[in-house]
Write a protein that binds this ligand. Structure first.
Ligand code: NCD
Length: 487
């Protein structure tokens, strides 16, 4: 049962398993009875607001709306809008939201869609925010995979290419992990999956992450320049956790090779270099590329090949006629999927949209949002629209304490911590040793000792250790003791 009426979709996390099933069921019905949907969105308007180039996403949303008899207003050349005069996204979205019933937004800054959802009077659908997420592409990907392989559980999916900047990769990895699929990351040189994504896969999706050798997937580097040994590319394998694995530390080296057991299904998801996000040198580099030669071996007989498109040179056009190639089908399914999504968000089945509620991402554990601690990602919306976006974080801990930005997902290390009652600050490593623990409502995080001093905090005495000996190896961490309390 979908709970999507009147809601924004900013991350795949905003879609429950029930929501996704409801969207897929409606998409099945749209394909079986397309005529039944015509006219159902009459009188409704979708605004498509695209600050970055798009072909499939924008046009499939517009086609979806029009196939249901709704209207579309669109801005895709932002140099022709007030943005060119310096208007903020927060202002733009409030105005466009007052002209429409739903806004579909693509933007180059991470977290832009979350900010838009906070200010828009109507639901916002994230059509790609910088390198962060692209949840509706994930719906198309999952729907295509499910149709071909029948189930996602146990499916192996190789996510290939620019894993650092590819927003389709990030959303899909989270959704696959939640569906019980296994994911193997096959990056181009220097385009590895970011650590904050891996940590989220472990922490929030309870997966086990380990480093593997490419094994049969080294065939994707068969055209590597300079005859380099392709198997030296590091792959990372993500699998649903067994209870005994939860206690194991992740990622560190293993010599296990990726392989495909008999009867095991594999999908290869190819992506292009995201050159517009920078970081590409002109020299030779290894990049996973799919050609008929890569698939010569019989081990790839039962696979599927996906690509969110556009492709450049990482997927050979020779593959287009191959029955394993699903990417044009994947793009075509974008229309019924987006019809289904709009159908649920606009409440077309149930009548008037539900009362709008403020957009709040699901976060377990402790939130932190005090002034003075900024996200370290320059292209995060909180650093670009300082007047409107107020940084919010989730406190996370692996080896050290970090604050995960709730706009862009990146984690920023806290170097110091202070107690707002005593106005004393400590190096962050001491946080778990301070007794009694600093209460969550009294904690202040800092990015440097200078920041703590300029906020009026005094460094803890040098002989602090004498009074707080490090005896508490089994003691709960500060985060564990604080998480039970609300802030
Ligand atoms: C993707 C995007 O914009 O992130 N395209 C799409 O929406 N189908 C992938 C890409 O641009 O490489």
């Amino acid at each position: 049962m979908s709970q999507l009426n009147g809601r924004s979709v900013i991350s795949v996390d905003d879609l429950s398993v029930g929501d996704i099933e409801a969207i897929f069921k409606t998409a099945d019905d749209v394909r079986a009875h397309p005529g039944a949907y015509f006219g159902k969105a009459a009188g409704k308007i979708a605004a498509t607001l695209f600050y970055e180039p798009s072909t499939r996403t924008r046009l499939s949303f517009e086609a979806a709306m029009q196939r249901m008899g709704g209207g579309v207003i669109s801005t895709w050349d932002v140099s022709a809008s007030s943005v060119a005069k310096g208007e903020s996204l927060a202002d733009t979205i409030r105005v466009i939201g007052s002209y429409s019933d739903v806004v579909v937004l693509r933007h180059p800054w991470e977290g832009a869609a979350k900010l838009a959802a906070e200010y828009a009077p109507v639901p916002v659908i994230n059509a790609g925010d910088g390198k962060r997420e692209h949840p509706t592409q994930t719906l198309c990907d999952l729907y295509t995979l499910r149709e071909y392989h029948h189930t996602l559980k146990g499916l192996k999916v190789a996510l290939c290419g620019d894993l650092l900047n590819g927003r389709t990769i990030h959303s899909l990895a989270f959704a696959l992990a939640r569906s019980g699929a296994n994911v193997i990351f096959v990056p181009g040189d220097g385009k590895e999956i970011p650590d904050y994504v891996l940590r989220r896969l472990e922490r929030d999706y309870h997966t086990h992450v380990q480093r593997e050798q490419l094994g049969i997937l080294s065939a994707l580097f068969s055209d590597a320049p300079m005859g380099e040994e392709p198997a030296t590319v590091d792959a990372i394998y993500v699998t649903p956790s067994e209870p005994h694995q939860l206690a194991m530390s992740s990622i560190e080296g293993t010599t296990v090779e990726f392989h495909l057991g008999s009867g095991e299904a594999l999908s290869i998801y190819v992506t292009r270099r995201q050159k517009e996000r920078g970081g590409y040198a002109s020299g030779p580099e290894r990049y996973p590329t799919l050609t008929t030669r890569s698939l010569e071996t019989g081990r790839f007989r039962d696979i599927s090949i996906l690509h969110p498109l556009p492709r450049v040179d990482e997927l050979s056009p020779e593959m287009d006629k191959d029955p394993r190639s699903l990417y044009f089908r994947q793009a075509a399914l974008g229309v019924p999927i987006r019809m289904a999504l709009l159908w649920h968000i606009l409440g077309l089945e149930k009548g008037p949209p539900a009362q709008r509620e403020p957009y709040l991402p699901k976060v377990e554990g402790m939130r932190y949002s005090l002034p003075g601690f900024d996200c370290s990602n320059e292209t995060c919306i909180t650093n670009q629209e300082r007047l409107f976006a107020h940084p919010q974080f989730q406190v996370v801990k692996d080896l050290a304490y970090k604050l995960r930005c709730l706009y862009c997902d990146l984690e920023t290390a806290a170097t110091h911590v202070g107690n707002s009652q005593s106005h004393i600050y400590y190096s962050i490593e001491l946080l778990d040793r301070i007794l009694p623990p600093i209460l969550p409502e009294h904690i202040r995080f800092f990015q440097s000792s200078d920041a703590a001093e300029s906020a009026g905090y005094r460094r803890v005495a040098d002989n602090w250790d004498r009074y707080h000996p490090d005896t508490g190896k089994d003691r709960r961490s500060w985060l564990e003791s604080a998480s039970g309390r609300s802030q």
